[in-house]
Design a protein around this ligand. Structure first.
Ligand code: SPV
Ligand code: MG
Length: 436
């Protein structure tokens, strides 16, 4: 920038410009030339919510709808260090709404980086009026609507290095997936997607994971989750049933706004994969499973929905070559992604599969479920070409012992006092759910 005026920097993480932003800019102008940073998509997802407009569209929005902005730049990290060291603004201006933990972490980071060279933080009262409330409601509506949320998994695959997916089996666990954010001095992060596990959906109902819980019931679980969340859903479709039924499942899931279904190449009485060869399980013929994938792809109406083929060769000890052969065949039959599963404690066979698959295919998304080989990190998986990591059962496994402990403690002490300190307070539980 050529002028000698002081620089006032602010970062926007919004898809809509409202009075609050205009007020902030009007205040900023009083101090010098205003530079607006637009937070890039991948950081929006970590910090706040899924962007409804691209980074470029959001930059144009600022340029076109806010007069007197000197320059619009991209802010590539939610923490301000890099952009501030580059621009060295005299001031950073921000609303005084620092209530959430993530906002507090950001404020701390801003103050630290400004202190390095004597820059100043200006905090203006956060504007919240009826109009802003209305805009906020419209945004939330867009985030929740099936048409838009269905496409969100495909969009995420282009947006973030690896899609972190957590198991959900109810409205409440959906809220945990939706709202859990961690924030410290360097990072802010959250899950990007949700997995509706057959294991957890069945266990939650006290039933075995053998395709006994029917689709109508599974769809009700999805509906409960969808009502209170906006993140994309990956549905565990078990074997998909017979192709003549699977096509209807695809249509229903698609209409509901689910982003993807994963079906596994087993046939007959399906048992949970983590039993491996301890129980009788039969793998489907390649050709037969390919027909099911193709039928599903043919049935779907939108381009957004994904059918992901899950390969059970390593679970059923059929070897790496069989797993790879199936992966390429399923991809060629139209699968939009491949899930490879293993029940080994170490990740070697999964990584070998990923490397060999990636040597021939650098595009088709790879999905993994590190339940057994749980020492592996997301970065290591990323290095081997994994695109989606699913934490498939941890919320249910966390809840069960906690509930059992409470039951045992009450029985043992003939009163509830001893367990109370481990429980959510009554006040917390009644304010846990947002009211409309
Ligand atoms: C599920 O979560 O239901 C799965 C993954 O299918 S696994 O239990 O590991 O088979
Ligand atoms: Mg399952």
């Amino acid at each position: 920038m050529s002028s000698d005026n002081p620089i006032v920097y602010t970062c926007f993480c919004t898809d809509v410009i409202h009075d609050g932003h205009l007020n902030l800019i009007n205040e900023a102008k009083k101090y010098g030339d205003v530079v607006v940073g637009v937070l890039c998509d991948s950081e929006m997802v970590k910090y706040n919510r899924f962007p409804l407009k691209t980074t470029k569209e959001r930059m144009d929005l600022v340029k076109n709808e806010i007069p007197d902005v000197k320059e619009v730049v991209v802010q590539y990290n939610i923490m301000y260090d890099n952009i501030v060291r580059e621009l060295r603004p005299d001031y950073i201006i921000h609303g005084d709404n620092w209530s959430e933990d993530s906002m507090k972490a950001i404020r701390k980071n801003i103050v630290k980086v400004l202190d390095e060279y004597g820059g100043e933080l200006i905090e203006v009262p956060y504007t919240f009026n009826e109009n802003i409330q209305k805009v906020d409601r419209q945004m939330r509506e867009k985030l929740a609507m099936p048409e838009l949320r269905r496409a969100r998994l495909r969009q995420l695959l282009d947006m973030v290095p690896i899609v972190k997916t957590i198991e959900v089996h109810s409205g409440l666990t959906g809220l945990i997936a939706e709202k859990t954010v961690i924030a410290d001095d360097e990072h802010i992060d959250q899950f990007e997607a949700m997995w509706v596990s057959s294991l957890c959906d069945s266990t939650e109902k006290g039933k075995p994971d053998i395709e006994l819980v029917d689709m109508t019931s599974r769809f009700r679980t999805i509906n409960d989750i969808m009502e209170v969340t906006t993140k994309p859903i990956i549905f565990d479709g078990d074997t998909g049933g017979i192709a003549e039924h699977f096509v209807y499942t695809v249509r229903s899931l698609e209409r509901m706004g689910v982003s993807a279904v994963i079906i596994e190449d087993k046939i007959g009485l399906k048992k949970n994969s983590l039993f491996g060869t301890e129980v009788k399980q039969t793998q489907d013929e390649i050709e037969h499973f390919c027909e099911k994938i193709a039928a599903g792809k043919n049935a779907q109406l939108s381009d957004d929905f994904m059918i992901i083929a899950r390969i059970e060769s390593l679970i059923l000890e059929q070897g790496m070559d069989d797993a790879l052969k199936r992966a390429f065949a399923f991809r060629d039959a139209g699968a939009d992604g491949i899930m490879i599963h293993s029940r080994k404690k170490d990740p070697d066979e999964i990584l070998e599969f990923c490397d060999k698959f990636r040597a021939e295919d650098d595009r088709t998304p790879i999905v993994v479920v590190p339940s057994s080989y749980n020492s592996i990190t997301e970065n290591e998986l990323l290095e081997h070409g994994v695109n989606i990591v699913i934490y498939a059962n941890q919320l249910l496994r966390a809840a069960f012992p906690a509930m059992q402990d409470a039951a045992v403690s009450i029985l043992k002490h003939h009163r509830a006092q001893e367990i109370d300190e481990k429980l959510l307070s009554i006040k917390e539980i009644i304010t846990l759910i947002d009211e409309l």
